[in-house]
Design a protein around this ligand. Structure first.
Ligand SMILES: [Zn+2]
Length: 367
């Protein structure tokens, strides 16, 4: 039987080097599924909705999705699934791709429903390649490769989200490839178990997925899982915090960045620069410092918007302060295990000082 061809393409903003890493990982396991990378470039003029004229000024990065964001004309909207699959179909036509081949688009652009990946009934797949570092310190190529394989298998199993196939899409996670993860951190659990449940395996047999493909997927999943196993062996040493000249907060030894919206980052950087901590009713005295910092972090923001964000943050009642603090702490808890997170979080109590207890901080960022 001829191998099933899985063609990997990318949208222009996804860095070629990162794309290559994912492709190499997958082609290392080539077998009955033949992964074929293509560095095809979409015509930027033709796909006006991609707004590539904004490159490279606009990185199409979105701040955290769990805060309401003010209107920002530069943010542009997430792409609809239809737009993403249109790219796949266009590629198919241009390159006369055989119908049964699977086309996978890797993209940093967010999609309308904010999914990690999805496929349609025409054997097209998209996988979102950004923000994995918010959920795991493992190199993103592993979860991305997993998402590719997961969708390929779902296509071969003839499973589609617009059909009613509840026995195969598991609403409550059971550690199977087909766990339907509403909560993104659940995806990581799925990668760690690297498993396919008996019900889904049965369906694979019914759909006549060859033993060679199953073997290949098994070794791929095992390879990906191995990355997580190693990770849990890592000693629980604290990584230093390094703030670079652009204000990026790096947990350098873990190789992860703590990404925060500008207002949140302003508070975090301020506290990093004050190891002795500060009381909420003292924040107002540092308003100018907050303003300068915010402006450096988001040069395009309008003065009134900055003023408002800062005024709220330094207000002596501490309402906004508490919201922001709790958001930052939650973000850190999502990045690190419980035992590691605390020194990076903002600790303190009402009517007392708040601080970040981490002892090893270097700051290059000047404002
Ligand atoms: Zn299953």
């Amino acid at each position: 039987m001829s191998p099933t061809k899985v063609i990997l393409i990318k949208s222009p903003e996804y860095e070629t080097e990162r794309f290559r890493e994912v492709c190499e990982l997958l082609t290392d396991f080539n077998g009955a599924l033949a992964f074929v990378p293509d560095y095809y470039e979409f015509d930027r003029k033709m796909f006006y909705f991609l707004r590539y004229e904004l490159y490279p000024v606009h990185g199409f990065e979105y701040p955290s999705e769990d805060v309401a964001l003010p209107f920002d004309q530069w943010r542009t909207y997430p792409l609809s699934w239809h737009e993403l699959f249109t790219l796949c179909n266009f590629y198919r036509e241009q390159n006369q791709v055989e119908e049964k081949a699977i086309v996978v688009l890797l993209t940093k652009r967010k999609n309308g429903l904010n999914w990690f990946s999805a496929h349609d009934r025409l054997r097209n797949i998209f996988v979102h390649t950004a923000e994995w570092e918010n959920y795991t310190p493992v190199n993103p190529r592993y979860p991305i490769a997993y998402q590719v394989v997961e969708n390929v298998m779902q296509i071969l199993m003839n499973l589609h989200i617009d059909g009613i196939q509840t026995p195969y899409f598991h609403d409550s996670p059971i550690g199977c490839m087909n766990d339907f993860c509403l909560n993104k951190s659940q995806v990581i659990i799925k990668l760690q178990t690297a498993n396919i449940c008996p019900t889904c395996l049965k369906r694979m047999h019914q759909e006549k997925i060859s033993a060679q493909i199953l073997e290949q997927v098994k070794s791929l999943f095992a390879g990906i899982r191995q990355q997580f196993v190693f990770l849990s062996d890592v000693p629980t040493a604290l990584s230093p915090i390094h703030v670079d000249a652009d204000g990026r907060i790096m947990l350098s030894d873990y190789g992860i960045e703590l990404t925060l919206p500008p207002q949140h980052k302003t508070l975090y950087l301020f506290l990093l620069s004050r190891p002795g901590g500060v009381r909420v009713n003292q924040l107002l005295e540092h308003k100018e410092e907050f303003l300068e910092m915010y402006k450096r972090l988001k040069p395009k923001a309008e003065r009134p918007a900055i003023e408002k964000a800062v005024n709220n943050l330094v207000h002596p009642f501490g309402v906004e302060f508490n919201v922001v603090r709790s958001h930052i702490n939650k973000r850190i808890a999502g990045l690190l295990t419980d035992s590691l997170a605390a020194p990076y979080q903002i600790s303190g109590r009402k009517n007392s000082t708040y601080c970040i207890r981490h002892p090893d901080v270097t700051i290059e960022f000047a404002y």
